[in-house]
Design a protein. Structure first.
Length: 350
């Protein structure tokens, strides 16, 4: 009996130990990604048209004076870096949510027209309503994001087979082109009003109006908190609606929380930086290759890996054509488009 009891206990202990090792490994990986993010932030503060030593950057952060170097760090590069952190986290987590809720590995706010819808709403507000403040842009951006998402889903759902992932992607790409074309047309018709708004055509985190970071931060933080709160239920949702209901999951509440989170994240990020595509596509896939499909870890990692990608793209744009710069929204498609093609070819069942 004793040996039988021991035999019954040991398998459970054997299963527990690998699980604990997996959690420990994921925590170590999370710390490593956070360390990479800190390093990228340091480079973002130091690298530009005029490179600064890290000692100068540290002095500017801890004991600012009125020297040109300190003004450059605190008034130009620090707001740019903070906005990159917020926008990257928002887009990375938004992509993870869209892929989880829609069970669509090709989902991304930039590909499915959400960012373009937010951008067009802001462009309409600038052209016809005379809006000029970031607070007005955020609310319009949220409305535009919702309208675009509903429109893509409605068009993709028509026809046999319903809204398959590939059909959603094709409709989203087409609608994105149309909405971006309309935004560009408005900027050409009203060039004086759009003189400071040209970043909306491509997406940028530089030269934002004062107070942008402070205003959009609460919206993005709220969206991130909602996403984390819904992450456990998203794991059950991946098993299918019938299984999720059988274990007592509140599907309506989970989807509602995810949608509200998406609206907050995409609306605020697009209002602050314009439409930046492919971040929400690349980041969740890279994260899942690292930590698996558990949405709690995917969302946590995406909140850190998204800023790494956005700031790295911004750094690439600063140095590749120095002393000129490429906007983030131009750099991310250079890497994201091949990823999208690879995913389409890989997802045979679509």
């Amino acid at each position: 009996m004793n040996s039988g009891t021991e035999t019954a206990v040991r398998p459970d202990q054997g299963r527990r130990q690998p699980a604990e090792r997996r959690i420990g490994g994921r925590m170590a990986a999370l710390i490593a990604v956070a360390a990479v993010l800190v390093f990228i932030c340091g480079l973002s503060l130091a690298v530009g048209s005029a490179a600064l030593p890290l000692s100068t950057v540290w002095a500017a952060l801890t004991d600012r004076d009125q020297s040109i170097d300190h003004i450059t760090v605190m008034d130009v590069r620090l707001p740019r870096t903070l906005l990159g952190l917020l926008v990257g986290a928002a887009l990375g987590v938004a992509g993870a949510l869209m892929q989880a809720v829609g069970r669509n590995p090709l989902a991304d706010p930039g590909i499915l027209g959400v960012n373009a819808g937010a951008g067009l709403a802001v462009a309409v507000g600038v052209a016809y309503l005379g809006l000029t403040t970031i607070s007005e842009f955020v609310w319009l951006g949220m409305v535009g994001a919702v309208v675009a998402a509903v429109l893509v889903a409605a068009i993709a759902a028509r026809g046999p087979g319903g809204a398959t992932p590939l059909r959603l992607t094709l409709v989203g790409v087409a609608l994105t082109a149309v909405l971006n074309g309309l935004s560009l047309s408005l900027s050409l018709v009203n060039p004086s009003r759009f003189e400071r708004m040209r970043f909306w055509g491509v997406g940028s985190i530089t030269d934002r109006p004062p107070g942008t970071v402070a205003f959009v931060a609460p919206f993005i933080v709220a969206g991130l908190v909602l996403a984390l709160a819904a992450s456990r239920s998203l794991n059950v949702l991946a098993l299918g609606d019938d299984v999720a209901r059988s274990v007592g999951a509140r599907l309506g509440l989970t989807r509602a929380a995810a949608v509200v989170s998406l609206v907050l994240l995409c609306g605020a990020a697009t209002a602050a930086a314009g439409p930046i595509a492919f971040v929400g596509l690349m980041v969740p896939h890279a994260v899942r290759m690292l930590v698996g499909a558990d949405q709690r870890w995917v969302i946590a990692f995406s909140a850190l890996a998204g800023p790494v990608l956005v700031l790295a793209a911004d750094l690439f744009g600063r140095v590749v054509v120095r002393p000129e710069e490429l906007e983030v929204g131009i750099v991310t498609p250079l890497f994201g488009a091949p990823v999208l093609i690879w995913l389409v070819r890989r997802t045979r069942r679509l």
